[in-house]
Design a protein around this ligand. Structure first.
Ligand SMILES: Cc1cc2nc3c(=O)[nH]c(=O)nc-3n(C[C@H](O)[C@H](O)[C@H](O)COP(=O)(O)OP(=O)(O)OC[C@H]3O[C@@H](n4cnc5c(N)ncnc54)[C@H](O)[C@@H]3O)c2cc1C
Length: 421
């Protein structure tokens, strides 16, 4: 790259998307500064970021969007049961309505097929795109490569599991259907609450997402990237540059990458891009005594959360609550997870800490990766929903194409910021 092609870039957000973006752009030779309210540097708390507390799973099997055919019939139940695996807070419904309409529209069979095809294209590149970044960050030791298990409890659920597996196979997922005996051999400590299941063979665990983020941040620093601690209030664009407006300073650059996760919407709106982003709130409970009980993430799909073996113990993480950014952690929802783990894996003991995370989510379960329709100087990268850890590497690679103004190596038409929803 010649000097003239090197650009100054501000990345807003130091979650996995901002960190992989920054590291990829530094590798391309650009000058990069990351602004975050609390970046994952020594001595700082990182629990606010969704990247901190997820289910630790690189999930190439995640081709199924959240909205699937028939979901409309479940909406009354989601409103009626605030503790269900997918719940809507009725108080938030008026503000959620545009997003919910997009969600219902995305659940039609034809749309679901197209969304899955797009996800499949991205997911197939997920590991190859992560690998060089994890290597550079010295994080390869965090990978635990034993796949991921989805289980069903009784033979009555088998047909639904088969349909799900057929759909995923058709979209390129590498899986094996398992009998109860197969599962017992794989997970001997798991009480036999299952009749069968599916192993997603290419999935793997990152034993500590927090460590991965902190090591990526160190790799960014080692490449000459800078971190600025601050709260970006809005963006400004002019012919010469893009500007991030903070409380008491402004930061100018050739380009700005908005990777502020669930908080990205207002930044786009500040330059007139109204993107239909909302948040699918998710929870985790940590069971330190559960360390070593499982070899791989186990999910009973009806409960909507994973039980993942990770560095700190067993993390039970997942569920979806549509209630916006503001409400605090709802302990009644974490109690549901605690009670379910007590039944599914009693040896995990007592959950010690709990966490609420804000997934940045679009109604169609596809991320936003693309330039603002108003200006080439602002590029959006958020909305990765349930797959932000998995898709961070491939998002970085796509940003590298977009910032270099070359054709992207994957088709990103379906990911454009303003799209039919
Ligand atoms: C319970 C749960 C389980 C999950 N499990 C998985 C999984 O197993 N696999 C998977 O792939 N994904 C999973 N996810 C999803 C994944 O964690 C997210 O998609 C991902 O972390 C989003 O990353 P991000 O960088 O977009 O956002 P974040 O990690 O939230 O980072 C955004 C950053 O932007 C900063 N920021 C925001 N606004 C501003 C501002 N105005 N100024 C300055 N800084 C700002 C914030 O401080 C934050 O650090 C899970 C999520 C949840 C909640």
């Amino acid at each position: 790259m010649t000097e003239t092609h090197k650009q100054s870039i501000i990345v807003i957000g130091a979650g996995f998307i901002g960190l992989t973006a920054a590291l990829t752009l530094l590798r391309d030779g650009h000058r990069v500064a990351i602004v975050d309210r609390a970046p994952p540097l020594d001595g700082s708390d990182y629990r606010h970021a969704c990247s901190y507390g997820n289910a630790c799973t690189i999930a190439p099997h995640g081709v199924v969007p959240v909205a699937t055919p028939g979901v409309a019939w479940r909406v009354p139940g989601m409103l009626a049961n605030p503790l269900g695996p997918l719940a809507i807070d009725w108080k938030y419904l008026p503000r959620l309505a545009p997003w919910l309409l997009g969600f219902l529209s995305a659940s039609r069979t034809g749309r679901v097929e197209r969304i899955a095809a797009t996800l499949s294209t991205l997911l197939k590149q997920a590991d190859a795109a992560w690998r060089p970044l994890m290597e550079e960050a010295g994080a390869m030791d965090l990978r635990e490569e034993h796949g991921c298990l989805y289980l069903y409890k009784s033979n009555a659920d088998r047909a639904a599991s088969d349909r799900d597996a057929d759909f995923r196979s058709r979209h390129g997922v590498n899986l094996a259907r398992l009998s109860a005996d197969d599962i017992r051999a794989l997970e001997p400590n798991l009480p036999a609450n299952y009749a069968g299941g599916v192993l997603f063979k290419d999935a793997y665990v990152v034993a500590s997402p927090e460590q991965l983020a902190r090591r990526l941040a160190k790799a960014v620093l080692a490449r000459g990237g800078r971190f600025i601690t601050g709260d970006v209030r809005g963006l400004r664009i002019d012919a010469e540059s893009a500007t991030a407006v903070l409380a008491d300073e402004t930061l100018g650059a050739d380009r700005i990458v908005v990777a502020a996760g669930a908080w990205s919407k207002s930044l786009g709106a500040s330059i007139g891009d109204h993107i239909r982003l909302d948040t699918e709130r998710g929870y985790h409970v940590l069971f330190p005594q559960g360390r070593g009980l499982l070899r791989r993430p186990v999910c009973y799909t009806e409960h909507g959360f994973y039980m993942t073996p990770m560095a700190d113990g067993l993390r039970a993480a997942g569920t979806v609550e549509l209630a916006g950014l503001a409400p605090p952690l709802n302990e009644r929802r974490t109690s549901v997870i605690r009670n379910a783990v007590a039944k599914l894996l009693p040896a995990a003991g007592t959950g010690t800490s709990e966490w609420l995370g804000l997934r940045p989510s679009m109604p169609d379960s596809l991320p936003v990766i693309g330039k603002s329709p108003r200006t080439e100087r602002v590029i959006y990268a958020f909305g990765h929903g349930h797959l932000g850890l998995t898709l961070a590497g491939v998002t970085g690679a796509l940003l590298s194409d977009l910032i270099s103004d070359r054709a992207t190596h994957l088709d990103v038409t379906a990911l454009r910021p303003i799209r039919r929803l």
